[in-house]
Design a protein around this ligand. Structure first.
Ligand SMILES: [Mn+2]
Length: 352
């Protein structure tokens, strides 16, 4: 054996040992390694994979769905991979289009549902036609509707769970720039522009920036509003109210919304503007639809998803949704929130 051959052989052995060590250390450090392997095995097993997400998608739901589609299409070009759901808000259209598929595609398909806690919230009921279902989510678990339920509540976005998944298998998976944009956008939007991001989120998100995505263009798309949506913010600032304990809230009737020519989506987003009133640790938006009033609850320090649960909703500890059907129920919900804030303030005088 020549010296060159010997060198090559040694190098190969060193590399193999390294790969082996990587796997061992991953197994030791990552309690989810086995779950991730199980998901990857399912992905490799199926010819057709259809990705669903929740109704009325936000950045995380759509980013997770289109990003995962991109990741799988890049790495498994021979498979048929689809994203479905429809009803994409205009501000997210730049991320890409979903697929329109026939029912027969679901035969022998693997369905992956991202960013959705319960069946009722899944967009496109045909998810049930798939042969097997994998749920990948970060909401408080309401329902184990999957054959595999991969839920990581501590993750700030479904997209972060998917970045972490990619990271685990990055020795064999390639992640495109297009995919990176989707996952990064979902992370940015679900963590309140990184306001609620922990160190791990930032580490994972940085892997997406390494792909060279155009963040200026992304933020422009997220931030720019139609002038009608901008004008209705004036209505919010002059018409919001406070309960005795300081819960800030606004009721936007259909009439008001139409007067300002704002869409439902645009009006719903106003809730975030109520987040900075001193002493208001809970803030709520009530938005009138044809037959119901949709509620968006937000808070700091205090968990409010229980209030959501009491009124046909749920979600995260500090960002939840609900539905009420008349002003009386709206008043009840407000009283519950007010009570909660009052109790909290009595117990935490140091925060004021
Ligand atoms: Mn999410």
């Amino acid at each position: 054996m020549g010296i060159k051959d010997l060198f090559r052989k040694t190098e190969k052995a060193v590399t193999e040992t390294k790969v082996f060590q990587d796997v061992v250390s991953t197994l030791k450090d990552d309690p989810f390694y086995k779950d991730k392997c199980e998901i990857l095995k399912k992905i490799e097993e199926y010819e057709t994979i259809i990705i669903h997400r929740h109704r009325r998608p936000d950045g995380d739901a759509l980013g997770a769905s289109l990003g995962l589609r991109s990741l799988l299409r890049t790495n498994y070009p021979e498979k048929k991979i689809y994203s479905v759901g429809g009803d994409i808000p205009p501000y997210l259209e730049f991320l890409g289009k979903e697929d329109e598929i026939d029912d027969d595609k679901y035969q022998n398909a693997l369905v992956i549902v991202v960013d959705t806690a319960n069946k009722d919230r899944i967009a496109d009921d045909r998810y049930a036609l798939g042969k097997e279902i994998i749920k990948i989510d970060h909401h408080i678990p309401l329902e184990d509707f999957g054959n595999i339920n991969y839920v990581q509540e501590e993750m700030g976005a479904a997209c972060l769970i998917l970045i972490d998944f990619y990271k685990t298998f990055s020795n064999k998976l390639h992640l495109s720039k297009e995919c990176a944009l989707c996952f990064y956008l979902g992370t940015v939007t679900d963590t309140g522009r990184f306001k609620w991001a922990d160190a791990n989120s930032l580490r994972l998100a940085s892997l997406m920036l390494d792909k060279g995505i155009d963040t200026e263009n992304m933020f422009t798309n997220l931030q720019v509003k139609r002038k009608e949506a901008f004008k209705i913010t004036g209505y919010l600032y002059t018409h919001f109210k406070l309960t005795p304990s300081g819960v800030a809230y606004i009721y936007i009737s259909k009439r008001t919304r139409l007067k300002y020519k704002a869409t439902l989506e645009e009006a719903a987003n106003l809730v975030n503007l109520l987040d900075s009133i001193k002493g208001s640790l809970i803030w709520i938006l009530f938005l009138e639809y044809d037959t119901e009033i949709r509620v968006r609850l937000r808070s700091r320090y205090i968990t409010i998803d229980d209030i959501g649960n009491h009124y046909h909703g749920g979600g995260h500890a500090k960002a939840a949704g609900a539905t009420v059907y008349n002003k009386k129920e709206m008043k009840q919900l407000l009283e519950e929130a007010d009570q909660k804030l009052q109790t909290f303030k009595l117990d935490h005088k140091e925060l004021f």
